[in-house]
Design a protein around this ligand. Structure first.
Ligand code: ADP
Ligand code: MG
Length: 361
């Protein structure tokens, strides 16, 4: 992380609506991204992440709402006046130009003197570790090197905002992990506000300072990854975050206990009524006294075992560190602690908090 005070690059979206014909792709997006922040837009395909990024870049004009950068309204400013750099999934490099020419192209368009272009291209290329490749053409590069070239071309203009739309999705798994770390390092050294679109929650969790979870053109939750993971606001976020995501098990609270079919769990202070109990797969164990179920399938993950258990018609997944196999069809009992669960209201779909739960460490 950078320690230098960053004062520019604050982005505010207020009530952004975007229609494509009769289809409303963005239904009123409100966001406040702090200067220098690494902010992820996370959500399934078609949820409006790219459209939001394109509104910020000036590639789409919203039908309602406004956007401010550093306090100045920019909603209708042309892209060229926004001082933003954008990197897409397909890097869009010019095949007939060398890397040096590709990276320097935006500066050439801006009329920057040749000597300065050469110096800035060197500098940008060094930051993404491709300065030894400048004489090559894109066709002579690996996917990862092309990706770095696209990054260098974006940072060479020293933009106020750095916008990345699924920039790693064309890379293989190993390279994706490496480039993720590089991006984080690059962000720390540049200190530029970075807005990062991804449908990969693990990517968002590991790379972002904060994230917004999108669904159907709306933001469902904004927060630091650990907050969103630890306390999803709604059943929809709970069902989306985590791999596999939180188990969601119907129950009824009465007299400070959660009643499941065949098991009760003490939950002092929990509000009475029908609930959905949320519990992470890693927080459930096999026990003598617990929720009765039948093992459907065990998946060996190498370091752990993922058990799929039918609990009165609900599929419950639990992750166990020890990998001794259990026969499918075996009757099992599942237990977890009251301090590891969240409750949701099945009607409003929102998280239910109670004093004992809120005072957890
Ligand atoms: N130019 C367009 N014309 C019509 N519909 C579009 C256009 N761009 C995006 N959409 C629709 O808007 C919704 C959101 O798209 P998008 O922002 O690209 O989603 P995401 O990036 O989250 O996958 C999708 O349903 C998509 O089909
Ligand atoms: Mg997209």
């Amino acid at each position: 992380m950078t320690t230098r005070a960053i004062t520019q690059g604050e982005v505010i979206l207020e009530g952004i609506v975007k229609n494509y014909g009769t289809f409303r792709a963005l239904k009123g997006i409100d966001l406040r991204i702090a200067p220098g922040e690494f902010f992820a837009l996370l959500g399934p395909s078609g949820s409006g992440k790219s459209t939001t990024l394109r509104v910020i870049a000036g590639l789409e004009v919203p039908d309602a709402g406004r956007m401010l950068v550093d306090g100045t309204e920019m909603t209708f400013a042309p892209p060229g006046e926004r001082n933003v750099a954008m990197v897409f999934q397909n890097y869009a490099l010019y095949p007939h130009m060398t890397l040096e020419q590709n990276i320097g192209f935006p500066l050439k368009m801006d009329g920057v003197p040749k000597a300065e272009i050469a110096a800035r291209v060197q500098d940008a290329a060094r930051k993404v570790r491709i300065d030894h490749l400048l004489a090559r053409r894109p066709g002579q590069l690996s996917g990862g090197q092309q990706q770095r070239t696209a990054l260098a071309r974006a940072i060479v203009r020293e933009p106020r905002l750095f916008l990345l739309d699924e920039p790693l999705s064309n890379l293989d798994a190993q390279l994706r992990l490496e480039t993720r770390i590089e991006l984080k390092r690059l962000h720390a050294s540049l200190g530029v506000t970075t807005i990062y679109v991804t449908h990969d929650q693990e990517e968002a969790m590991t790379i972002a300072d904060r994230m917004a979870v999108f669904r159907d053109g709306e933001i469902m939750q904004i927060g630091a990854p650990a907050e969103v993971f630890g306390r999803p606001d709604t059943l929809d976020v709970a069902a989306f975050i985590g791999s596999p995501p939180m188990n969601l098990i119907p129950a009824r609270i009465e007299g400070g206990e959660a009643h499941f079919p065949g098991w009760r769990l003490a939950l002092p202070g929990a509000p009475a009524g029908d609930v959905v109990v949320g519990v992470r797969p890693g927080r459930i164990r096999l026990a003598d006294d617990g929720l009765p179920g039948k093992l459907l399938l065990s998946e060996n993950l190498g370091e752990a075992m993922l058990l799929n258990v039918d609990v009165d018609g609900t599929l419950v997944k639990l992750r166990l560190p020890d990998v001794s196999p259990i026969a499918e069809g075996t009757a099992v009992r599942l237990a977890f602690d009251g301090s590891d669960i969240l409750l949701f209201d099945p009607e409003t779909r929102r998280r239910l908090d109670w004093p004992e739960m809120e005072s957890r460490p």
